[in-house]
Design a protein around this ligand. Sequence first.
Ligand SMILES: Nc1ccn([C@@H]2O[C@H](COP(=O)(O)OP(=O)(O)OP(=O)(O)O)[C@@H](O)[C@H]2O)c(=O)n1
Ligand SMILES: [Ca+2]
Length: 497
Amino acid sequence: MSAQREMKEKNPWHTPVTIIITVIGVIAIVALVTVAVLQNRPVPQKYKYGIVLDAGSSHTALYIYAWPAEKDNNTGRVQQTHSCKVKGKGISSYASEPLKAGESLKLCMQEAEQKVPRKRHHQTPLYLGATAGMRLLNMENSKASEKVFQAVGAALQKFPFSYQGARILSGQEEGAFGWVTVNYLDDRLKQGLETIGALDLGGASTQISFVSDNYDGSESPSNSVTFRLYGNDYNLYTHSFLCYGKDQVLRLALAHQTQSGPTTILDPCFHPGYTETKNYSVLYDSPCVSDRKPLEDPVTFIHNGQGNFQQCQEVVKSVFNFTTCKYSQCSFNGVFQPHLQGPFGAFSAYYFVMNFLNLTDTSIPLETVKEKLTSYCATPWKEIVKQHPNVKLSYLAEYCFSGTYIITLLTEGYNFTSKSYSDIKFIKKIKGSDAGWTLGYMLNLTNMIPAEAPDTPPLPHAGYVSIVTVMALLLFILFIVSLRPLWPSCSKQPQIV
Ligand SMILES: Nc1ccn([C@@H]2O[C@H](COP(=O)(O)OP(=O)(O)OP(=O)(O)O)[C@@H](O)[C@H]2O)c(=O)n1
Ligand SMILES: [Ca+2]
């Protein structure tokens, strides 16, 4: 008995003071760890949404973007979560039946209603931006373009989103927002990295936008767009060539070959054996070519293919004017262009065409690309149709022309060389979001790219909690150690025998 009592007295952990301190300490640690764990458990992420309709000349596409609800201001955070291709042609093709332009959007809009959570519908901004097709219709018949916008606006307002209007983008906006999109998606803006130029090829216009160190915007100010994004200043060169999208350039090329009003043409840009009867009035029904219509022409002409890349390039070159330039240097049609500075991302029809032709790899020498095009264009139409049974014939017929146009536009038009050609990347998407002007347009209208870099806390939250926990533990241990004189065993003096 007495031995047991002696042991109890000697064990310092059995004194009331140390027991209380230990219990309090354990409770404190448990509380701290619980707080740290609770603070860092993954909470279900809430998202905000935005919808942009890209009303292009050839078709309309709807894009849904989403971003974490609390972090509107952070770069690289907005992502495309869904896209929908509207059935049928672009809204400008409904000039004579505007109500149908509105109706055409319904299916994609209903899809958007399903994709955006119901409780977010009312706060989801919805924009429609129209590009070159509506620019041309507006030039040709402004009343008709107004009616199309009215019909489209009325149709869009029937949906539960926050409709922000429909309008035509200027060529500068289209070019600049395409540039913002690719650089935002590639995380180049927030980090202040070297930017990527943007090359966009549509059906009715084409855009080139890039930052060049020796361009300050003073020469040809109409080509200059300045931005301050995340604390960095950008002086962007941008130009949009109306009528130089691939569908309108095809009209220009055919106009060049039908100047005298022939009944038959042998077109080097179409495959041998291709033959189609075409209507003069349809071909010349566009402000891009209407003033070139032959005075005396038959109703139709027979469009025969010949399949000769080199001669096709000559036809394509004829649609560019290289003779006038009042600036230090020009691309074509007397338009100023500073020295090219890569890298470049080339998207939309650049990608569709080069992807179809298996030519997206720009490490292939330009000479080899031309050889491949030469052999592709020379392939008989019958064989091309056989090789691609699932491709729409209207698309299929034009890839020889389109490939030739792309190579000619890049080299003769914009002055890419055999060397700088490899600075171009043909792309469709970056990190899951389509390259195009729509994301940049929405980021701008929702003020989601700040001019100044946002302040970031020096430590992430998890790091902060961990450090606090470790410090608290250390303090607790120090506290226990500092109480050592109170420990019963320590207070006893060693006995010298
Ligand atoms: N798989 C596809 C899809 C489209 N196209 C062609 O690509 C062009 C349309 O490109 P797009 O970027 O969609 O043009 P839009 O936005 O409609 O036109 P714009 O920007 O000029 O208003 C059209 O000539 C269309 O025939 C193609 O060759 N292959
Ligand atoms: Ca477009």
